[in-house]
Design a protein. Structure first.
Length: 290
């Protein structure tokens, strides 16, 4: 049985903020000399709790860590301007504090971008990037369409935040309110939906990150085994637009189709995301076996 630093029974609206989620085998349970270590990175304006529904579905023998990024609610406090580089620096420090091991890194959206940059710095055994950000041209529609949607979503969330305790308990409203990032938000746990609204509204880094002029240059070849996974219903980074750019910039990456899932598939179908992570690591194992 896994144990977690996330308290699922904490009260709202003053629930505990997820600083760092850790799921691991209990002390004394055998898990081998070198356990599978997975670092999971969330998207912009979210927190480590984005992986809360996925983590319990992963093998008990894995070590699973989902930190909250710099300037995001519950993460390290932001001083000065937020940039992707600074978020990656902070994630790199998390890796150092955990013992300096190389990790299998899973990231969604901006977390996928961070995963690629951590791989560039030599910290990744492999990367699973789920609808990663950064595959755009700064100032062009392939970037501005995405950031404009997220800015509008944040403005709407701020307006209804005082009512979120009531509204997010209604499945149809969850589905409508989160339509830009998920196809099936009606399936989401109401408590987690309310937490996500607070994460969105109280993200100090949001304005800087949604105005970034940074971009992901890609690799050829990538520095480690790399899988891109993309939902066909991603309204933030459509696969036919931003996915096409990712294919061009990282031509040797492996690709997985996530079907009818949206930009944040952990909302739509946590079990599918868990299976995708397991399947990615199985592929990595096969690829590394002579």
């Amino acid at each position: 049985m896994k144990e977690s630093l996330v308290d699922p029974h904490s009260q709202l609206p003053d629930e505990k903020v997820c600083l760092l989620s850790v799921h691991r085998s209990p002390p004394g349970e055998a898990r081998g000399d070198d356990p599978v270590r997975v670092l999971a990175l969330h998207g912009v304006t979210m927190s480590g709790s984005a992986w809360q529904e996925v983590a319990p579905l992963l093998p008990d023998t894995w070590e699973f860590v989902a930190p909250t990024a710099l300037g995001h609610r519950g993460g390290p406090l932001l001083s000065g301007k937020a940039t992707i580089t600074r978020l990656v620096d902070t994630a790199e420090e998390t890796i150092r504090q955990s013992g300096g091991h190389r990790w299998h890194i899973v990231g969604n959206s901006i977390g996928g971008w961070m995963a690629l940059e951590l791989a560039r710095r030599g910290h990744a055994l492999s990367v699973l990037a789920i609808s990663p950000a950064g595959f755009w041209t700064p100032g062009k529609p392939d970037a501005s369409r995405a950031t404009d949607r997220l800015i509008s979503m944040r403005k709407r969330a701020k307006m209804v935040a005082p009512l979120s305790l009531v509204l997010m308990r209604i499945p149809a409203i969850r589905r409508f309110a989160m339509r830009d990032v998920a196809s099936h938000a009606d399936r989401l746990n109401a408590r987690l939906a309310i937490r996500m609204v607070r994460d969105l509204v109280e993200c100090d880094a949001a304005d800087d990150l949604l105005a970034t002029t940074e971009w992901e240059a890609g690799f050829d070849p990538p520095p480690c085994p790399l899988t891109f996974a993309w939902g066909q219903c991603d309204r933030i980074f459509p696969v036919e637009v931003n996915g096409a750019i990712a294919r061009a910039r990282v031509p040797q990456a492996r690709w997985l189709d996530m079907g009818d899932l949206g930009h944040v598939p952990m909302i739509d179908d946590p079990a599918f995301v868990a299976r995708t992570i397991v399947e990615h690591l199985q592929w990595v194992t096969r690829a590394s076996t002579p």
